[in-house]
Design a protein around this ligand. Structure first.
Ligand code: CO
Length: 422
């Protein structure tokens, strides 16, 4: 089995529901119903949740609506979903707006399933090279001074199948292993200082309480800068699949370092060389050596609309997408409609936050000719998102992780959008 494969979406042929968007609009409902019950007197059946077509009950201004509810749900008929695989699910970026991913659509990656954890019994142990080992309950942790930050989390395997060629059909396939949430928690530095970290300690092991006991070794000086012990996501408790009740979040670093269901942090002098950081999460270079401890997710962007599987009409089209950088804030996004020869600056939607998705827009008129749409991100360090050719020249095609090349969507004369590489 290819170990790396677990961190990336399967190829489209392995997924029955890829490529075909399961969007259900009224027309689909009606035509679908008509084909099923064509012999009925009406010939058409509205979905059960829609009111009758005629009469008083069809008029929302004429009949009282429903009562308040204790926990909201989206409108019936709104059906966008994560695409679920054995160990992952992918965010449907082609259907989302703004920068916040709804918690229910935040991508997932589990190494052995989502554990069921009683928050009253959950503990975080700090031990190893510390003055005094400490054990914290969730109530203890929530009492510390907290901060809230809006941050992307990107799996290092996001776009990983694109190393070998244009694999994903949709942007959900190619870029669905990333999401953005507003995270609230306690700075890791605050909690570690309670234990008195010894000066010799240079690395810290973070361990989850899932059935994989997922672990990563992290360089202490780096994570002390801005890592958070998070207990809330988008204003409420973490979702179980996002690490409930406690998750380490390290701004801009590959998602696997943001240990979910966090239960233990051990201070030491060197990396702990655990299973996950030796068998997996290294990057094989063309000369046979491997890069290890490649934590930062480099600048990247993608056009989410129009994107693979969509169809556009001639005339005005707003090109929309997301840009981000693990090194800080996005400085600029440029758009090309000719495969990268001429670039035009896109508008960046405020706020432009460090280590966070930035929404970009570009007003465009499609004249019906074949085009190659691309976006290119430049971050605040002046790092420029590479072309595929430049990325492959530097890293070869043996890597499974850290694919951040410019994405190309080809629009044919029929307006159909497809994933290609140029
Ligand atoms: Co890495």
């Amino acid at each position: 089995m290819n170990l790396f494969d677990e961190d990336m979406p399967r190829s489209p042929t392995e997924n029955g529901n890829m490529g075909q968007e399961p969007r259900i609009d009224r027309r689909t409902w009606l035509t679908g119903a008509a084909s099923l019950v064509g012999a009925t007197a009406a010939g058409l059946l509205a979905p059960a949740w829609l009111p009758a077509e005629e009469g008083e009950s069809a008029r929302p201004t004429h009949v009282p609506g429903r009562s308040p509810s204790p926990y909201g749900v989206r409108a019936q008929g709104e059906t966008i979903e994560r695409l679920t695989l054995a160990t992952h699910s992918l965010t449907p970026h082609q259907s989302l707006h703004g920068i916040i991913t709804p918690s229910a659509l935040h991508f997932e990656r589990h190494h052995n399933g989502v554990p069921l954890i009683n928050p009253d019994r959950h503990r975080l142990l700090i031990h190893g090279m510390v003055g005094r080992p400490l054990m914290f309950s969730m109530n203890d942790l929530v009492r510390f001074p907290s901060v809230t930050r809006t941050l992307f989390i990107e799996c290092s395997g996001n776009s990983g199948h694109e190393w070998k060629g244009p694999a994903g059909k949709t942007v959900q396939d190619t870029h669905g292993l990333m999401s953005t949430s507003e995270w609230t928690g306690v700075p890791l530095a605050t909690v570690l200082s309670e234990s008195g970290v010894k000066p010799e300690a240079l690395w810290v092991l973070a361990e989850g309480s899932d059935a994989a006991a997922m672990t990563r070794s992290l360089p202490l000086a780096e994570v002390l800068k801005n890592a958070l012990l998070c207990y809330a996501q988008n204003g409420e408790a973490l979702r179980p699949e996002q690490g409930y009740p406690l998750r380490l979040v390290i701004p801009g670093w590959e998602g696997n370092t943001c240990i979910k269901w966090l239960r233990r942090m051990k201070l030491g002098t060197a990396p702990f060389m655990t299973h996950e950081e030796t068998s997996r999460y290294t990057d094989l270079m063309p000369d046979g050596t491997a890069r290890q401890f490649t934590f930062v997710m480099e600048a990247k962007s993608v056009i989410t609309s129009p994107s693979g599987g969509q169809r556009i009409e001639p005339g005005f089209v707003e090109i929309r997408g997301l840009a981000w950088s693990g090194r800080g804030a996005v400085r600029a996004v440029d758009i090309s409609t000719d495969g990268g020869r001429i670039w035009h600056p896109a508008q960046l939607q405020e706020p432009v936050l460090p280590h966070c998705h930035t929404r970009f827009r570009f007003g465009w008129r499609w004249n019906g000719e074949e085009v190659l749409l691309q976006s290119r991100c430049t971050d605040e360090t002046d790092y420029v998102q590479p072309t595929r050719a430049a990325l492959v020249a530097a890293r070869g095609v043996n890597s499974s992780y850290h694919y951040n090349a410019i994405q190309t969507w080809k629009v044919d004369q029929a307006g159909q959008v497809r994933n290609v590489q140029v």
